[in-house]
Design a binder for this molecule. Sequence first.
Ligand code: FPP
Length: 246
Amino acid sequence: MNLKEKINKQKLPQHIAIIMDGNGRWAKKQGFLRAVGHEKGTVAVRETVEICAETGVKNLTLFAFSTENWNRPKLEVKTLMKLLVSSLKKEIKTLMDNNIQLKAIGCLDNLPSKAKKELEEVIEKTSNNNLMTLTLALSYGSREELLSVIKRISEKVSAQEIETSEINEDFVQQHLYTHDLPDVDLLIRTSGERRISNFLLWQIAYAELYFTDILWPDFRKEDLLEAILNYQNRERRFGKTSEQIN
Ligand code: FPP
């Protein structure tokens, strides 16, 4: 039985989030510039999106650029933004052909105008697609997201639009960038690092964490299937006992 056949379609993660890490180390290992690693990383992005669509995963969120990544050398930031624009131009057809909707979360106003415009265009064009949602986290940081939630809710309390007692988990969820996405079920990080790095802190409260040593440019369809199978073999108890679950 191949990996794909082993997947239990009834127990698919509804939302997979990935910290794509290791582009730089991959490039260094091969004696290339870091930019080559990022470029190769786009191949892994394509494979991952394809296998999620083929398997029936409804939501995939990729950490493409963090708020902290702005501190990288200017040339690398420029390369990543260029890669974003060229990938969007190249992949719009695939997104349309496969009925995939593109979304983005983060401080999108900080993106260079060309990248922001291209992103907005693809988001608009794919807005009626409904097989799967691909969300790119761009200039994203979870603490920034939570701060913006706190500020907006505080303003509503100050304006007496709501009472403090009305603030509950659902209300906070509705103010997140990911307000229209379910909680993350499976969080994957490549490259051997075992950190969350300010990614979707609220949304991963009950996520299963999966770490692999594979560097992102080497991540292939089978690796995503391995992660899903691993997830399906875990018992998710959400604070209950094993007996209650079974
Ligand atoms: C982490 O590797 C990767 C990034 C900061 C950027 C991810 C970008 C891509 C995969 C390519 C473009 C993506 C899209 C969606 C068009 P790293 O540079 O931190 O690697 P290192 O830790 O080995 O240095």
